[in-house]
Design a protein around this ligand. Structure first.
Ligand code: PEP
Ligand code: MN
Length: 338
């Protein structure tokens, strides 16, 4: 159960409510959000007793019973969709937002070329990894700080926002100086110290689903970020590992409507890492939008055969352009804009 306090509740009122709850024998966790404070009563069973005790206490707005283990990200806690606003660009609203770009930033020139192409086709956010989490320690690990600088230059030239991955706690401050959105990759979905660290920043986080994680584990990972005070989480379904081998991962398309019901957070689909092969990217992207996703993140490369990572699943700019036209048609038919 959660007690939501009025936005103008005083510190003393919050303290009094916490004391009353603890006198009933429960532990509490207090979340001081940007707009208001909420008090989570851990393992609350006697709802009526709690209600009688605190309902009319000064500062209390409402009591919300939450049955799921994830609380702040649940639809029970917040009925309306969360819309993340990045200088006027809204994720989770009526508009479908497409993020596109190379898997990794390889050079300034290449990044700028791709950025201009994807922008022309309607992408609003440029993706590109500067710190790459590679399966092999011998594979290209990314350009690091140089890569961040190239991303910032591409933003300056094109006006696109940028999203880039942060793979360790110590890199969070430097990445935050450059990026508009932190990306937490599938391999780090349960890196709890990394989740808590980005949770303390006032910057949106694109959280990718872990390679073998359940929807519940995924939402619990988002809860880690939100419970640290950062409500701006964008979830990303990017395929999970199954017994199937013809695709790199299996896009769990049902995760989209299920998460829309369970959570108020926006969810986007990554068809590139799900498919692992550019030939299937379009079909998965279209399925994601038709299923209700708020956007897509797609790998695009001008020379996929020479890409330093994930070339096999990268679309050439002209293929991306064509796909965007199809996505526009689907978006329109389900009453959404792009
Ligand atoms: C990526 O976006 O390039 C990436 C590494 O994705 P994921 O974490 O989903 O594997
Ligand atoms: Mn990639």
């Amino acid at each position: 159960m959660i007690i939501s306090m009025h936005s103008n509740a005083r510190k003393k009122e919050i303290k009094n409510v916490v004391r009353e709850i603890e006198l009933l024998g429960y532990k509490t966790k207090v979340f001081e959000g940007v707009r208001k404070t909420v008090i989570h009563i851990i393992g609350a069973t006697e709802r009526d007793r709690i209600k009688r005790k605190v309902e009319n206490m000064p500062g209390v707005e409402e009591l919300i019973p939450i049955l799921h283990p994830f609380k702040l990200v649940s639809r029970e806690f917040k009925k309306s969709n969360t819309i993340i606003d990045i200088d006027g660009l809204k994720i989770g609203g009526e508009e479908i937002i497409v993020m596109a770009g190379p898997c990794a930033v390889e050079s300034e020139d290449m990044l700028l070329k791709i950025a201009e192409e994807v922008k022309k086709s309607g992408a609003k956010i440029l993706r590109g990894g500067a710190f790459k989490p590679r399966t092999s320690p011998y594979s290209f690990q990314g350009l690091g700080k140089k890569g961040l600088e190239f991303l910032a230059k591409a933003r300056e030239k094109t006006g696109l926002k940028i999203v880039t991955e942060v793979i360790s706690v110590e890199d969070v401050p430097i990445v935050s100086q450059y990026t508009d959105i932190f990306q937490i990759g599938a391999r780090n979905m349960q890196n709890f110290s990394l989740l808590k660290t980005v949770g303390r920043f006032n910057k949106p986080v694109l959280l990718k689903r872990g390679i073998s994680s359940t929807i519940e584990e995924f939402l619990m990972a988002a809860e880690y970020i939100v419970s640290e005070g950062n409500p701006n989480v964008i979830l990303c379904e990017r395929g999970i590992r199954t017994h199937e081998k013809y695709t790199r991962n299996t896009l769990d398309i049902s995760a989209v409507p299920v998460i829309k019901e369970l959570s108020h957070l926006p969810i986007i689909v990554d068809p590139s890492h799900a498919a692992g092969d550019w030939r299937y990217v379009g079909a998965l992207a279209k399925a994601g939008i038709a299923a209700g996703a708020d956007g897509l993140i797609i790998e695009v490369h001008n020379e996929p055969s020479r890409a330093l990572s994930d070339g096999k699943q990268s679309l050439k700019p002209e293929k991306f352009k064509k796909l965007m036209e199809e996505i526009k048609a689907i978006s329109k038919s389900i009453g959404r804009k792009i």
